[in-house]
Design a binder for this molecule. Structure first.
Ligand code: 3H9
Length: 698
């Protein structure tokens, strides 16, 4: 090989000559986003390589953990610095010398779009590619919607772009997206070899824009788009980006390439200016922010978690332990009775079998995962666990008793965690001689699926315990949000505020369907009362102390426990479809009469304001009480744990969009009509007087 010569050297983009090949290397940590410095550097390097007679072909490669992770999201909404991404891509596509994209890590969004304008693509086997702009409420706006369908076909491209899913290198090679895979760790060398081959074989400058075979295949199926829309209607409900993606791909079939690009740009700009994208970009950063805990430093020690114990094999305990089995961590699950233990193990196995049957897990993993689990009837078997999570009945005395016993059994230094959803973790910790080792790990049902983990720290919890919990959340694929110790923490405290308001509305005459419709149309997967029926009205209900003092208690006393018993706030058929329930309506009306509440017609607007503003006000009080450290953490809790629509950014971001002055004025009206539940939180008053919002916008 001829001596390497340096063409351009810059901290961000450098270029070196390896024989006939100009290797353009980008180094823009952490993820090589295509910010202005990168675009300028790449553009200059391509120009110079084009002008240099010694250069036959160009390899574009990135340093660090990944190929380009996409456009620089922090630049959106700011003045664009030339060259634009689209201009840089046009320059690559129109280069007179072959450009080879050399891909490792994840080529995402604008990153994959860059690869798609190169004339050839090589990658290492661990590389993955995708167009996840949909997760930011956007569409691939630098040619992705026009080029990806031309390479992998319209249906597959629609699937990838509307889901944001990634494609592994193997399938990408089969589909023709990669031209060659090269040895892991040898990308640069492999790409240079490939480039030399292109030159030796005088291969042409292949442009994706000229491919039409896959589009012709799609044109043969005129129902493709209608079917795709129909099949995904539920998933796309209320969310604009998927529809714009579909329309942009329709453009690829109906228009010339350049017209298709212009259509894509229009549809992209429309999304970029929409509040849904602003909300989703907020969520992107908020999720990463949530992982940062103010007093945890990179050098804060964490404890190794090699073995986990879970107490309780009910729905919650079984779901919790699956997280650790999935992560390959040996675990013990303890119950008091053999029957309950067997039921729990059955639940776990069935869950794995269903996952395998759906093709989402290889069948051999069922035994591998079950093999990591030790069932036990003795708390003593938890003695060598590094972390023990209690998931027993939600009663403070029961929990205190369990922790007092654990204190005697657990090894020194073990983390003792409670999965309580409302109770005081400090009181539970006080039942032990080591409150510094006690923490709340609040999982959400179904615990093996739901992304959220509330990490509840008390005044006593030691910092390494908090840091370990945050790290563990990542290990098991959860979004960990660290919160303070107070009734219901963040999520359930806001849920309780919503519940309180929903119950008042029911008595005043709004029907379950009317209340739920408002929430469903707002974008929640289901309404509040449907959710209550689904979870079960008897969860947390104590038969012994039940005194017909709420509608829910009365429904429970009547055996109406929700979906599973055929009725709750709604009636259910065999398929569990809800219909309005005359029985529940009578219970509510009688109860209202008993309480002296006159029933009336309640407007949808009133339902909306009362339910949503009560939640926002409670969120503000949570900030006042320092139970959450940032408004964006509350947003993440409600998005990942309670189905708040991601495209509305969470309750606090949504409140900013709605306008805090408007919310404050309405809260005052509601306070006058309904009392102290609506007294505006001091934080809202303060923010309005300062002309600020909850969330500092990016
Ligand atoms: C696009 O391309 C539009 C085009 O189609 C059209 C344009 C006209 N920009 O996630 P991590 C930051 S839209 C700026 O913790 P990981 C991130 O905030 C883009 N910053 O690492 C974090 O910062 P901090 C389409 C970005 O290893 C740090 O990098 N692309 C960007 O777990 C580390 O991130 C996407 O949507 C960005 N594009 O995961 C991909 N990406 O350290 C978005 C990340 O201050 N990115 N940062 O908290 C990802 O999915 C993940 O970051 C990735 C790495 C998988 C790459």
């Amino acid at each position: 090989m001829a001596a390497a010569g340096s063409l351009v050297t810059d901290a961000v983009v450098s270029s070196a000559l390896e024989g006939r090949i100009a290797v353009v290397t980008v180094n823009y940590p952490p993820v090589n986003a295509l910010g202005a410095a990168v675009r300028q550097g790449v553009s200059l390097a391509i120009t110079q390589a084009e002008q240099d007679a010694a250069v036959g072909a160009i390899v574009l490669v990135c340093e660090g953990r990944t190929f380009f992770a996409g456009a620089d999201i922090t630049e959106f909404g700011k003045r664009m610095i030339e060259p634009s991404l689209r201009a840089m891509l046009a320059q690559i596509e129109n280069a007179t010398k072959p450009v080879i994209a050399a891909i490792h890590g994840t080529a995402l969004g604008g990153g994959l779009e860059t690869a798609l304008v190169a004339h050839y693509r090589v990658g290492v086997p661990s590389a993955r590619v995708g167009l996840p702009e949909v997760n930011l409420g956007l569409l691939p706006g630098a040619g992705g919607t026009q080029r990806l369908p031309r390479v992998i076909g319209v249906e597959k491209a629609l699937d990838l772009m509307t889901s944001g899913a990634l494609l592994a290198a193997g399938p990408a090679l089969t589909m023709g997206l990669f031209d060659e895979l090269v040895e892991e760790g040898e990308l640069r060398k492999g790409a240079i070899n490939f480039a030399n081959k292109v030159l030796d074989e005088r291969r042409p400058l292949v442009k994706v824009r000229h491919r039409s075979g896959k589009l012709d295949e799609a044109r043969a199926n005129p129902k493709l788009f209608t079917d795709f829309r129909k099949a995904n209607a539920k998933r796309f409900r209320g969310f604009k980006a998927p529809e714009n993606i579909i329309r942009s791909v329709e453009g690829a079939l109906q228009l010339s390439f350049d017209e298709g690009m212009a259509r894509e740009r229009e549809l992209f700009d429309e999304l970029l200016q929409d509040s849904q994208s602003a909300a989703m970009r907020h969520v992107f950063f908020a999720e990463r922010q949530a992982a940062k805990i103010d007093d945890v430093e990179p050098d804060t020690p964490t404890l190794p978690i090699a073995k986990v114990g879970v107490i309780g094999a009910g729905t919650m305990g079984s779901g919790i332990v699956m997280n650790f089995l999935n992560a390959g961590i040996p675990s013990v699950i303890v119950e008091t009775k053999q029957e309950a233990l067997d039921r729990g193990l059955g639940l776990i196995r069935k869950n794995y079998e269903n996952t395998a049957a759906k093709g989402k897990m290889k069948a051999e993993y069922i035994e591998i995962r079950m093999g990591l689990l030790t069932p036990s009837l003795a708390l003593e078997d938890l003695a060598d666990c590094d972390l023990i999570i209690e998931a027993v009945f939600e009663n403070i005395n029961v929990k205190k008793e369990v922790f007092a016993k654990l204190d005697k059994i657990a090894k020194p230094g073990a983390i003792l965690a409670t999965n309580t959803s409302y109770l005081d973790v400090e009181v539970i910790a006080a039942a032990t001689s080591r409150p510094a080792s006690v923490i709340g790990l609040h999982f959400f049902s179904p615990a093996n699926i739901m992304k959220l983990l509330e990490i509840v720290r008390t005044n006593y919890t030691a910092l390494p315990i908090v840091a370990t919990a945050a790290k563990l959340a990542k290990t098991i694929g959860k979004v960990g949000v660290t919160v303070g110790n107070g009734f219901g923490f963040v999520g359930n405290r806001i849920l309780a505020a919503r519940d309180r308001e929903v119950n008042k509305l029911l008595l005043e005459g709004a029907t379950p369907s009317e209340i739920d419709r408002v929430l469903y149309e707002f974008g929640f997967p289901m309404g509040h009362l449907q959710m209550r029926d689904l979870v079960g009205l008897d969860v947390g209900w104590d038969r012994e102390t039940s005194a017909s003092s709420t509608v829910r208690e009365i429904l429970n006393e009547m055996g109406r426990h929700g979906q599973k018993s055929g009725g709750g706030y709604y009636d259910y058929d065999e398929q569990r479809n809800p219909t309005p329930s005359p029985i529940a309506a009578k219970v509510i009306a009688d109860f209202a009469a008993n309480q002296g509440v006159a029933q009336r017609n309640v407007s949808e607007d009133e339902v909306r304001d009362r339910v949503l503003y009560a939640m926002v006000n409670e969120g503000a009080r949570i900030l006042d009480d320092k139970i959450a450290v940032r408004a964006s953490d509350i947003d993440i809790v409600w998005i990942t744990g309670y189905g708040w629509p991601r495209y509305r950014g969470g309750p606090m971001f949504w409140a900013d969009l709605e306008g805090l002055p408007k919310i404050l004025a309405r809260l005052k009206e509601l306070e006058a009509a309904h009392g102290a539940d609506f007294t505006p939180s001091p934080l809202i008053e303060r923010l309005v007087s300062e002309g600020r919002g909850f969330v500092e916008r990016q």
